[in-house]
Design a binder for this molecule. Structure first.
Ligand code: ADP
Ligand code: ADP
Length: 236
């Protein structure tokens, strides 16, 4: 039951004369409900893999399947978060977090006046969970960087994504906030079991959160080790 399948994928940037091979003959299969961490040095192609799966970049060679379909078919409900907060500055925190419920099926179909209070409650509960209860009326610039990042994570999770693509979302946080959000992320994964692909530089983070770790090398980017996390925490 593969949610993600990369088949001998090659990604080359630039012209034939000065081409950069970002990813060489890379194959990767991720099963439903796995939590996979991608680790490796800068430039090894981690973000390139995320972009392939998100459908914002095409492979030069090879195939990419998401939820059994060639990418672009919109087969999976995807949530994304990045290293820096990506909130829309003209919307308050509540409306930022609400956004996926307005645009992603099946939630958008129910986004009539009738369901509005239900969605507001859902957003408020989610904000509370990441320590932002009562901050829905604030605008992004009124919050610290750490709080904006909490809200960005909230927005990535609000529509119960079946596939979560995370590009160092905890990287710019202070140690306290980071570990608090690790715990929230872990509980969420145990509870809802989305498939997660996490890019991180932090080996401790990878070992804490992931059920499987893929180590990459640069020039050209490729996966050189792929291991389950041996001493996994108890999971239900
Ligand atoms: P990572 O996320 O592991 O740091 P990336 O996937 O961002 O690595 O990049 C992999 C390689 O591809 C790097 O050598 C990078 O310079 C190159 N690269 C990425 N995007 C582009 C682009 N748009 N144009 C040219 N080269 C790129
Ligand atoms: P940082 O990114 O600076 O580490 P945190 O997200 O860890 O910030 O927030 C630190 C604490 O400061 C929070 O627990 C919060 O209560 C408080 N705080 C930060 N910004 C605001 C704000 N705009 N309004 C109210 N409280 C705030």
């Amino acid at each position: 039951d593969n949610v993600i399948e990369l088949e001998k994928v090659r990604v080359t940037f630039g012209t034939a004369k000065n081409a950069v091979t970002a990813l060489a003959e890379t194959s990767l299969r991720i099963d439903k409900g796995e939590f996979v961490a991608l680790v490796g040095p800068s430039g090894c192609g981690k973000s390139t893999i995320l972009k392939l799966v998100a459908g914002t970049l095409n492979a030069t060679q090879g195939n990419v399947f998401v939820a059994g379909r060639e990418i672009g078919a919109g087969a999976a409900r995807i949530g994304m978060a990045f290293q820096n907060p990506t909130l829309l500055p003209w919307l308050n925190i509540r409306d930022n977090v609400m956004l996926p419920l307005k645009i992603v099926p099946p939630f958008k179909e129910a986004f009539g006046a009738k369901r509005k209070t239900e969605y507001r409650d859902r957003v408020e509960a989610s904000l509370k969970q990441v320590g932002l209860g009562g901050f829905g009326d604030k605008f992004p610039w009124q919050l610290s960087g750490g709080m904006q990042q909490r809200a960005s994570l909230c927005r990535a999770l609000i529509h119960d994504p079946t596939l979560l693509l995370l590009d160092e979302p905890f990287g710019a946080l202070d140690q306290f906030t980071r570990e608090e959000l690790w715990e929230i992320m872990q509980n969420l994964w145990i509870e809802k079991r989305p498939t997660v692909l996490l890019v991180t530089h932090d080996l401790k983070e990878a070992a804490y959160l992931a059920s499987r770790i893929c180590v990459m090398q640069a020039r050209p980017g490729r996966i050189v080790d792929d291991s389950p996390v041996p001493f996994a925490r108890p999971r239900t």
